[in-house]
Write a protein that binds this ligand. Structure first.
Ligand code: ADP
Ligand code: MG
Length: 729
């Protein structure tokens, strides 16, 4: 046998590559990052002060300091053997992008020198015409700018023996429209800061900055690289488009928190080392529910930095896996029939006075502050549930949401029993006024009980897409391959808007002569009533919830093309414009890019399905068909009675049936694609790909192929099977 599948199996080895991870984490942490401490050593007082101010305030770098800072950066990088630098940005491809330049240059008289000018540090002009722009640059020159984001520190990326100085940047068009995920995120963080600081003034005049915090949890699968390479679908789409469930799946639940296989363990230690050098504060690692599925999570950080670190981590993991002859699958649903992967986004806000705004307080006053931010979050998510749904929409995540294993496409909020009681207590007061005496609620001893109560609840509330977990909300419906910037941008924007509305209402009541605490309590009460429909404590995976949610008027949009509509409603345009995140043109461009992305992904999957069926699956099935025919004819010619080959005939009939259906449906799917491709309107094209191509053919072709997998001689089957991908390590 010389198929890729059997070659890969014969080369499997479960011995991990040696990894030297003996150093303490603190000894390598930030080794490749230009931290402020390092900057202090390499910069003049003046330059350091300027950099420090920009990092802390988010202000632009003073141009006159650019050269000095660039020189310091270069000196540091060269001391580590770096010869090239790049602006590192996150265009709307979902990946990170780089364009490397060397420090090397020739002076006018031909003298070769190394140099790094302030201009090159602060701004670059990559040829951006090949990045998605949704028509934004079509009428202009295909020019884009990358501009340094000093709030995320420069770092050195090591690839093999090569080392590159990476400058995190935003990426915008010639006319200033954002072409990346970072720019709108930073704008949303500014909006949140302003709105939250304003509301904090009710409680503490010393608060002058509020940062949004993010702690992501990255789920992923690991498979042998040889086996993965033998599957075109894994290589080109990141998921298996065919594959019958193995005899053993995740039903024994023996993988979760089980011992990590040695080879994967070596890989983990290796990518963790690389991550520590880059300042990614990884903290936990463990097995996940499905076989071959794992998770890692860092200590939370300021959201912009946390997003950069997650993007970097996905890149580091992918590269390090190669050293171990492994492949990391970040797709939301690499395997049918077993759990997919998500990326929980743990989110909160904290003040420059050191207070976590979603941390229950210790005194009546801080309790009111907690309740304010807690209820505003609930209100924001309830009011803008459509945007929350849109922000996690992707071709990959469509397989997960609502597939009875992941949070459904219905956006609901879990807050736990104790806080439900608190809110009900507040709500009961509808109609009556809170007066000075009525401080029962303010005095609720929230802080003591919540952490313990939340611990009890963590397992049960796994089914909620947005859950309060004691001192933060956890947005669980985010896909594993997503760039967290988009959901974080959305969440922080709707929060900023809701806090502004809240303040306007409270101020209105105060102007009418209401006492501050009473006014705040009144608006909180109103918000609880208004957003109650989104609060749900039950099993989010159940059918009963779908029905109940419908009764409550909650949306349940199951597919990406329709979910994305929420980004371009009049309301969304107003929201994003008012908060200075997107102009209408930017929003429409982004909408178009996301639809295009969806079309391309489904189109590629459809092609891969057709190609695999025609060139691998059907030939294998026909080969087996021939074996059966030879056998039957032989038995018949030998003069044996019909009953000796009756079974073979039956198998042959079934086999031929599946073969015919597959080749038929593949033809029809190709036709449906042609029709879809002709549709000029991208939204309609996306819907056609969703309903007419994927919806009509993917499942039925797969069903028949998977049936063949159970019938055809194992020696003929070309694709590595699930049991091999998931259990051989
Ligand atoms: P889980 O039970 O979900 O694993 P953990 O307490 O381990 O909960 O936290 C998961 C993630 O939440 C970690 O990345 C952690 O750093 C992050 N996290 C904790 N507190 C906050 C916060 N205030 N803001 C944002 N993320 C947080
Ligand atoms: Mg979690």
């Amino acid at each position: 046998m010389n198929s890729l599948r059997f070659n890969a199996i014969s080369k499997l080895s479960n011995i991990g590559v040696k990894v030297d991870a003996t150093k303490k984490i603190t000894a390598v942490f930030n080794e490749n990052v230009f931290t402020l401490q390092i900057a202090r050593q390499y910069l003049s007082d003046e330059a350091y002060k300027s950099l420090n101010a920009s990092v802390k305030s988010g202000k632009k770098i003073d141009r006159s300091m650019g050269n000095q800072i660039a020189n310091g950066l270069r000196a540091w990088a060269e001391s580590k053997g770096v010869s090239h630098f790049t602006h590192w940005f996150q265009p709307l491809t979902g990946l990170s992008a780089e364009k490397h330049d060397s420090f090397f240059t020739l002076k006018g008289d031909g003298t070769p020198i190394e140099e790094f000018e302030g201009g090159a540090l602060i701004q670059q002009e990559p040829d951006a015409s090949s990045f998605p722009n949704g028509g934004l640059r079509a009428t202009f020159e295909a020019r884009g700018y990358t501009a340094w984001d000093p709030s995320s520190p420069a770092f050195i990326m090591e690839i093999g023996e090569g080392k590159t100085l990476c400058i995190p940047t935003i990426f915008i068009s010639y006319t200033g429209e954002s072409l990346d995920t970072k720019t709108p995120l930073i704008k949303a963080l500014v909006a949140l800061d302003k709105a939250a600081v304003d509301v904090c003034q009710y409680f503490d005049k010393n608060v002058s900055k509020v940062t949004s915090t993010l702690g992501w949890e990255q789920e992923y699968f690991v498979v042998d690289a040889g086996l993965a390479t033998a599957r075109q679908d894994l290589t080109l789409t990141g998921r298996t488009v065919y594959g019958h469930a193995p005899a053993k799946g995740q039903q024994l639940e023996d993988h979760y928190f089980g011992a990590i296989p040695e080879r994967v363990y070596a890989f983990m230690r290796d990518f963790e080392q690389e991550s520590y050098k880059l300042g990614i504060p990884l903290r936990t690692r463990h097995n996940e529910v499905a076989p071959a599925q794992f998770e890692c999570a860092p200590i939370f950080e300021e959201a912009n930095l946390a997003v950069d670190h997650n993007t970097l981590l996905m890149d580091v993991m992918t590269r390090v896996a190669k050293r171990h002859n492994l492949v990391v699958l970040l797709h939301e649903k690499p395997f049918a029939g077993i759990n997919g992967s998500g990326k929980h986004n743990n989110w909160s806000m904290s003040t420059d006075t050191g207070v976590n705004l979603l941390g229950p307080g210790k005194t009546p006053k801080t309790n009111l502050m907690f309740l304010t931010f807690f209820v505003n979050t609930i209100k924001a998510v309830h009011e803008y549930a459509d945007l929350m749904r849109a922000t996690i929409a992707s071709a990959g995540n469509d397989h997960r949401l609502g597939a009875n294993e992941a949070p459904p496409a219905i956006i609901s909020i879990f807050i736990g029993k104790y806080l439900t009681d608190v809110l009900e207590e507040v709500e009961k007061r509808v109609g009556d006024k809170f007066d000075e005496q009525d401080e029962a609620i303010l005095k609720l001893d929230i802080h003591k009980s919540i952490p313990e109560l939340m611990l009890d609840n963590t397992d049960r509330n796994r089914t909620s897409p947005f859950a309060f977990t004691g001192n933060k909300f956890e947005f669980r419906a985010v896909g594993s391959s997503a760039n967290c910037a988009t959901p974080m941008m959305t969440l922080n924007t709707i929060m900023a808007q809701t806090l502004q509305d809240f303040k306007a209402e409270v101020d209105g009541l105060i102007e009418k002569g209401e006492k501050k605490e009473v006014a705040i309590m009144e608006v909180i009460k109103k918000y609880i009533v208004a957003s109650k429909a989104s609060l749900f404590e039950g099993d989010g995976y159940s059918e009963a919830w779908e029905k109940e949610a419908e009764k409550r008027g909650l949306a349940n949009v199951k597919t990406t093309p329709l979910a994305l509509d929420a980004f371009v409603t009049e309301r969304a345009k107003k929201l994003f414009e008012a908060n200075n995140i997107f102009t209408h043109a930017e929003l429409e461009a982004r909408h178009e890019i996301m639809l295009e992305d969806y079309v391309k992904k489904v189109q590629i999957e459809a092609r891969v399905m057709g190609d695999l069926a025609s060139t691998s699956i059907l030939p294998a099935a026909i080969k087996y068909q021939n074996t059966l025919i030879t056998n039957i004819v032989g038995l018949k010619e030998a003069g044996l009675p019909e009953k000796t080959y009756a079974n073979q005939k039956q198998i042959l009939e079934k086999l031929s049936e599946h073969i015919n259906i597959i080749s038929d449906e593949v033809e029809k799917m190709i036709e449906a694609r042609k029709v879809a491709n002709e549709i000029a309107d991208v939204r309609k094209r996306a819907i056609a790909y969703c309903d007419e191509v994927k919806g009509k053919y993917f499942d039925s072709i797969r069903y028949n192929v998977d049936k063949l997998e159970l019938m055809v001689d194992d020696n003929y089957w070309p694709l590595p099977k699930y049991r091999e991908l998931l259990f051989l390590r």
